[in-house]
Design a protein around this ligand. Structure first.
Ligand SMILES: Cc1cc2nc3c(=O)[nH]c(=O)nc-3n(C[C@H](O)[C@H](O)[C@H](O)COP(=O)(O)OP(=O)(O)OC[C@H]3O[C@@H](n4cnc5c(N)ncnc54)[C@H](O)[C@@H]3O)c2cc1C
Ligand SMILES: CC(C)=CCC/C(C)=C/CC/C(C)=C/CSC[C@H](N)C(=O)O
Length: 483
């Protein structure tokens, strides 16, 4: 298996070396699935310029760790579930807590201890908007779940559009283009419900407003359902676990350039990289880019010898600041002068000019010991604030009576939806794949995992020239009739 050049895409000969750039959940899952499909012989090198986990990260406050990046996982996110099972990790269910919506002056919506009372209140204020919205999200989730069947049967897609089309037809593709508010209004959801419930959910989850595309809006609403979990010890454990299970070589290095090298049989890719010890370069048969390439994110990867089939400049990533504060919440600001009477664990906000934060929530550590309970607002607790800009001293003093510590993480967490034209391609060149284009449809751990499985399958089928498992139509019917 020594000289990769001799192995470049000769029929029946597996690739010798595969590179994955990025060790977030997308890159780690790709390494895992590549190993599954290509077998034990191929060398899988994973390049990471920062920390394994990428946007899955924790901060330590008062001797405990808290998620500062991707935190919640939907109960129907089956790849994430499967990883946790295979790695022998444990689920962490979030400790129940009530939510309220604040409009800058007062709480306009308050969850109670009684589910039926909450339902009655929602009906009283918004009619059947809540039920319409829930049914819409359920229907989308049901269609989305088809991906697991298709992938289990080995089907792959050469673009995000093909993948979405196979799940929900042109309806899903249109949902990546039209605003969420338009889709909901068309469903008969009231403007008041959109302003007071949907907008706060978009603000806490994606830091954006209801003009984001309907598909990502539905993902965000799924993320607001009551069936979320996380990984005991921190979600990033999935990434390190998958790399280990895949027997991948982790190279602590920044990939600087990727250039094609044409041999007689096929194209290979030269990766030049920088490590703490200096620079290096290696030749690979297959390369997967598992980091956003948009100029504003700054992966630093340059391409030589070919031009990318999409423009890295127009689509921007959004800025969101996660501030983890150890202190006393200023419940007076929310209209509760006596903190003992403040019953909420999370406060979401409406789209209100001059409101400097999107949400504030009491958070649980990644290791919940038996008997863990949330701190009461009259006690010092750990809170996570999401805001578009870093909070200044006076803003912190507005939200907290006093505090012991403040940890700030500035993220470029998700696409700035609506700032791109179309969805970036998956295949950049033969045997050169791009994972994070899927984020323009929806950005979540499971979306990166779905894209990882798709790319591993696609790379495998392309390498072995198996065209009958790529971009096939009418898959539900095919699967039913397959033996
Ligand atoms: C604050 C926040 C909250 C979130 N909440 C949730 C949530 O609750 N639920 C959910 O499902 N999702 C959530 N997300 C989104 C989720 O975290 C991301 O969609 C997901 O983690 C993306 O994973 P990825 O591997 O595709 O990308 P990344 O995690 O960004 O990984 C890319 C990796 O590539 C590395 N890299 C970049 N350039 C190079 C280079 N040139 N050479 C080598 N390495 C390079 C980076 O250092 C990085 O580690 C949240 C994100 C943030 C930031
Ligand atoms: C991919 C599908 C079908 C569903 C995923 C649903 C999901 C888990 C969405 C996550 C939404 C998201 C990006 C939330 C970010 S903020 C989360 C939380 N409030 C926090 O405190 O970090």
């Amino acid at each position: 298996v020594g000289d990769p050049e001799r192995h470049a895409q000769v029929d029946g000969v597996p690739p010798a070396k595969i590179a994955v750039v990025g060790a977030g959940i997308g890159g780690s899952a790709t390494a895992h699935f590549l190993r599954q499909h290509f077998g034990p012989e191929v060398q899988v090198d994973v390049f990471e310029k920062g920390v394994v986990g990428g946007r899955l990260a924790t901060v330590t406050v008062n001797h405990n760790d808290y998620e500062s990046g991707g935190s919640i996982i939907h109960s129907l996110n089956l790849h994430m579930q499967e990883f946790v099972k295979q790695l022998g990790l444990k689920y962490r269910r979030s400790v129940a807590g009530k939510t309220a919506v604040f409009n800058g002056r007062e709480m306009i919506l308050e969850e109670t201890d009684w589910y039926l009372l909450d339902l009655f209140r929602l009906w009283w204020r918004y009619g059947i908007s809540f039920i319409r919205m829930q049914m819409w999200v359920e229907e989308i989730m049901e269609k989305f779940m088809r991906i697991y069947k298709y992938q289990a049967h080995g089907y792959a897609f050469s673009s995000v559009e093909e993948l979405l089309d196979s799940l929900g037809g042109s309806g899903f593709i249109n949902m990546t283009r039209r605003p969420l508010s338009d889709s909901l209004l068309e469903l008969g959801v009231s403007q008041r419900f959109i302003d007071e419930v949907i907008a706060p959910v978009m603000r806490v989850n994606y830091g954006q407003n209801v003009s984001i595309p309907a598909f990502i809006g539905a993902v965000s609403l799924a993320g607001a359902q009551n069936n979320q979990w996380a990984v005991e010890g921190g979600n990033k454990l999935v990434c390190s676990g998958l790399l280990k299970m895949a027997n991948a070589n982790l190279l602590q290095a920044q990939v600087d350039t990727i250039s094609p090298v044409q041999s007689e049989e096929a194209v290979q890719y030269q990766l030049s990289f920088t490590t703490a010890a200096g620079t290096g370069s290696e030749l690979y048969d297959i390369v997967v880019l598992a980091t956003p390439l948009e100029a504003s994110v700054g992966s630093g990867v340059q391409f030589q010898g070919f031009t990318l089939p999409f423009d890295r400049v127009p689509g921007n990533y959004h800025s969101t600041v996660a501030t983890v504060v150890h202190g006393y919440l200023n419940t007076s600001f929310f209209g509760f002068p006596d903190p003992r009477l403040f019953p909420f664990a999370s406060v979401l906000t409406t789209e209100t000019p001059d409101l400097f934060f999107n949400s504030v929530a009491s958070v649980c550590p990644v290791n919940i010991s038996a008997g863990f309970r949330r701190k009461q607002p009259q006690e010092a607790g750990i809170y996570k604030v999401f805001s578009p800009q870093p909070l200044d001293k006076s803003q912190l003093k507005t939200l907290f009576r006093s505090y012991y510590s403040v940890q700030v993480t500035e993220w470029q967490p998700y696409s700035h939806y609506g700032s791109s034209q179309g969805l970036p391609p998956v295949e950049l060149q033969p045997n050169l794949y791009y994972l994070n284009g899927i984020e323009w449809a929806g950005s979540a751990m499971e979306m990166s995992s779905v894209a990882a499985k798709n790319i591993a399958l696609l790379a495998y089928h392309r390498w072995n020239r198996q065209l009958d498992t790529v971009d096939q139509r009418d898959l539900m019917h095919r699967i039913k009739t397959e033996l």
